[in-house]
Write a protein that binds this ligand. Structure first.
Ligand code: MG
Length: 387
């Protein structure tokens, strides 16, 4: 069957009806507004740095594991497939997927937790908000504005969660967290594509690292079902091919459930436009109850067996120490910041006092790759290291 690009549904994000950009710009000539967003994200320096940021395994543990960059590309791939099946906007979905982790610290969740602790007295640190901060303020690429000046819809998708306090500090983007309404469907979708991507690739990476094994995974119904099917169909198949056959089927199982269930939701609620979607009481893009339970079982398994594995905990602990010590050093002695960060720090400190200094230090640390953080830590704490 020939590949066709379906028409956008009425409830999809239509670029000509976008709520627009903070800084008004002429429309692009050959691209849609969301393609332009996607392109700006791909050309950003924060995007390039995702290559050397940890997903679960620290970058130098091996070249075979996912990084934030390959994770983001997998999210975009899964997201686009779902968007196309539901006649939603693929370009917007891709833009959100590629940008969703731009604000992540080095060293995965361990890094974010420690930076949040360090920032406790200065407004905290949250990676979703930081992703927004990267695209709204921190990228310096355009003559006319700071940040990437993305459309409202892409920014809405990037900001998955937000506390009411923080939401009050934001423009219209914060409103939905105060009024408890929904984002557009592409944003809802990118969020679930993220989950599908990381749950499945963490199984793959965990197996590859030898931290979990097939026997343990057979406790999980999502895995067991596909495992048995592959074993029945290809009894001789072993090694990496067997693992990949199982995982690709798990992804397909989850994506198919999500498409079918979301289609049902849309049929029964009949939204006519993206603004109708935003006023609905619940998310339209979601798994069936049965798949939601299975997904939960997989997540609990990964938390217990992989994220809490003693070898992962050791890595997290070391990573936390690096982040904490970098933060302390720059907060105590801001004159050690490199010139660009020092200017940023002086500016924020002049505006906001000590919390401004802390924000600049956290921007610097959050922007680091794993290896840069380790090298920078050495330059500051190792007396023998070159500065
Ligand atoms: Mg993610």
């Amino acid at each position: 069957m020939a590949e066709t690009t379906p028409q956008l549904a009425s409830y999809a994000a239509h670029p000509q009806a976008s709520r627009g950009r903070v800084f008004t710009e002429p429309s692009p000539q050959f691209r849609s507004e969301y393609q332009r967003d996607r392109d700006r994200i791909v050309h950003s320096s924060a995007f390039r740095r995702l290559e050397y940021k940890t997903q679960v395994f620290v970058n130098h543990e091996g070249d075979m594991f996912r990084t934030r960059l390959t994770h983001s590309i997998e999210v975009a791939q899964i997201g686009r497939s779902i968007a196309r099946a539901l006649q939603l906007n693929e370009d917007l979905t891709e833009a959100i997927a590629l940008a969703h982790d731009l604000g992540h610290t080095p060293f995965g969740h361990a890094g974010q937790d420690v930076l949040n602790e360090c920032m406790r007295d200065y407004g905290g640190f949250e990676h979703n908000l930081q992703s927004l901060r990267v695209v709204d303020e921190l990228e310096e690429k355009y003559a006319d504005f700071y940040g990437l000046n993305l459309t409202f819809e892409t920014r809405e998708g990037i900001l998955k969660h937000c506390s009411p306090d923080k939401a009050r500090e934001l423009d219209e983007l914060g409103q939905r967290f105060l009024q408890k309404t929904q984002p557009g469907l592409e944003a809802q979708l990118a969020n679930l594509a993220d989950e599908i991507a990381y749950n499945n690739h963490d199984v793959d990476d965990g197996l590859r690292a030898g931290l979990i094994n097939i026997e343990q995974l057979c406790e999980i119904s999502l895995f067991k079902r596909q495992h048995d099917e592959v074993a029945a169909r290809y009894p001789e198949l072993g090694g990496r091919r067997r693992v990949h056959e199982i995982i690709r089927r798990m992804i397909n199982d989850q994506v198919s459930d999500l498409v079918n269930n979301s289609q049902q939701n849309l049929l029964s609620h009949q939204p006519q436009s993206i603004d109708d979607v935003r006023t609905l009481a619940k998310s339209m893009i979601c798994f069936s109850e049965d798949m939601r339970q299975q997904n939960l079982q997989l997540k609990q398994f990964l938390r217990k067996r992989l994220y809490q594995h003693y070898r992962v905990r050791r890595m997290s602990n070391k990573a936390g120490r690096v982040i904490r010590e970098l933060f302390t050093a720059f907060m105590t002695e801001a004159s050690m910041l490199p010139p660009e960060q020092s200017d940023h720090c002086k500016k924020l400190e002049a505006e906001l006092g000590e919390p401004g200094r802390a924000r600049a230090v956290s921007d610097y640390i959050a922007g680091m790759t794993d290896r840069y953080a380790i090298v920078e830590h050495g330059r500051i704490y190792d007396p023998a290291a070159l500065t």
